[in-house]
Ligand binder design. Structure first.
Ligand code: 6PG
Length: 470
């Protein structure tokens, strides 16, 4: 079989097919493998039978028709499936070939696979791909990590298909080893946190001041035309307009309030604990999805405790604007927590993650794309080793200009039993992070009192223990 294809894809689900069609749009020849013949056929049909697009049902047929060094991407569920694909590929490929895992794999698994394949002189790239089906088809944000040689071999194709912002492709080298999947994991953690905040503002506007879905659509549509512009705000506005096909109601009102998750947010929280970095709003977002699963208990508890009541406001427009400012500030704090985690991880694991490139490629294509990212990009261009964007003076000024709205919104919600745990955690994070002297000296005293765990002093070096008077 003549090797004439530039890129191969294992797994022709919607994402896999759309990425290949995107490549074909950019004049690359692509070949996809799936055991499911209908998916292989769909690829060719969806390409309008473009001669540069081929779907096959055996792995060998795909591998043998690829130009070398081969570029083979897999989009299969995280876990054992990835290892199985690697084992099936190994007898068919040659030294110097590149295997890309474009799924949401856990970074420790990716690191293991990089080392395993390095011994066989095969490049293995952990690559985050964000933007869902539309992103894959018309321009995702792409987060490849690993060895530089593989990146250079992939760069032309990935830059061609990535989303563009100011004509710049939303793809860049994310750093060494498993940095690509690490950055994607944190992207998803930030995604969870921002989605949690938006849901809380929805509760404030719907339950708090009784806005209708039509009014909610108008509010979020207007917000998306301002500095809070983002993909998540945009789709939220659209969601409030969607009619239910099965009833005469709005679809949003027919959806059960139990949130699912595939696990990337949980991984972010678990890893942050291991790393020793505080990301409370991302943690809360994961926890609130878990709490949402206890529907029966929540209904029972709602009869025992005060539940949310309407917020008495004499100026609805003012309250809505206050919620906008609160969401704006809290959203910045979500990015701050995630980006600070990437900074810490880059140092801890020696990944050399280019944070300015991370925020640069998140400006388009990905789920957390937003106008705010331009401000973070500027902050990192001013100081590429910023440990936290909250230390950037422009961002600090921006936050200070709106922080009172976050405080007032939290008070209004708290007084009316409206759950806004994410917004509260965001303010708490800012307050703690900007407290020069925290009350943690008391925790040190308590630890030394009951466990002789020792403490440090403010006036001299050393480690101390006191025999405390009972
Ligand atoms: C993306 C998304 C995607 C993820 C969905 C579902 O960047 O395109 O993050 O990778 O699979 O968000 O994630 P949860 O089911 O965990 O919400």
């Amino acid at each position: 079989m003549n090797s004439k294809f530039d890129f191969g894809m294992i797994g022709l689900g919607t994402m896999g097919r759309n990425l290949l069609l995107n490549m074909a749009d950019h004049e690359f020849s692509v070949i996809g493998f799936d055991k499911d013949a209908t998916k292989a056929a769909s690829l060719e049909q969806e390409s309008n039978n473009n001669k540069n697009v081929k779907g096959v049902v055996t792995l060998n047929e795909m591998v043998q028709q690829l130009k070398t060094p081969r570029r083979i991407m897999m989009l299969v569920p995280a876990g054992k499936a990835v290892d199985d694909v690697i084992e099936n590929l190994l007898p068919l490929i040659n030294e110097g070939d590149v295997i890309i895992d474009g799924g949401n794999s856990f970074f420790e698994d990716t690191l293991r696979r990089i080392k395993y394949l390095q011994e066989k002189k095969i490049h293995f790239v952990g690559m985050g791909v964000s933007g869902g089906e539309k992103g894959a088809r018309y321009g995702p944000s792409i987060m490849p990590g690993g060895d530089i040689e593989a990146w250079k071999h992939l760069q032309p194709i990935l830059e061609a298909i990535a989303a563009k912002v100011n004509n710049e492709p939303c793809v860049a080298y994310m750093g060494k080893d498993a940095a690509g999947h690490y950055v994607k994991m944190v992207h998803n953690g930030i995604e969870y946190a921002i989605m949690q905040l938006i849901s809380e503002v929805y509760a404030l506007l719907k339950n708090g001041i009784q806005l209708s879905n039509k009014e909610l659509h108008e509010v979020f549509k207007t917000w998306n035309e301002k500095e809070l512009q983002s993909f998540l705000i945009e789709i939220t506005a659209n969601i409030f307009k969607q009619k239910d096909e099965l009833t005469e109601y709005d679809l949003i009102d027919m959806i059960l309030d139990e949130a699912g998750s595939k696990g990337t947010g949980k991984w972010t929280s678990q890893e942050a604990m291991n790393l020793g970095i505080g990301i409370p709003t991302i943690d809360i977002a994961v926890s609130l999805r878990n709490i949402s699963a206890y529907k029966t208990e929540r209904v029972t508890a709602s009869k025992l405790y005060n539940t949310s009541t309407t917020i008495n406001t004499n100026n609805q427009q003012n309250f809505i604007h206050q919620c906008y400012d609160a969401l704006f500030v809290a959203t910045i704090l979500c990015y701050a927590q995630g980006l600070a985690m990437l900074h810490k991880a880059s140092e801890e694991y020696n990944l050399e993650i280019p944070l300015h490139d991370v925020v640069k490629i998140w400006r388009g294509g990905c789920i957390i794309r937003s106008s705010l990212l331009e401000k973070f990009y500027t902050a990192y261009q001013n100081n590429n080793n910023l440990s936290n964007i909250l230390l950037d003076k422009n961002i600090a000024t921006l936050i200070q200009s709106k922080i009172s709205s976050l405080q007032k919104t939290i008070i209004a919600a708290a007084e009316n039993n409206i759950a806004i745990t994410g917004l509260m955690s965001a303010l708490g994070y800012l307050n703690a992070y900007s407290t020069a002297k925290m009350p943690t000296n008391l925790i040190q005293a308590q630890r030394d009192y009951f466990g002789a765990h020792t403490y440090q002093r403010i006036d001299k070096e050393g480690i101390f223990h006191t025999k405390w008077n009972d």
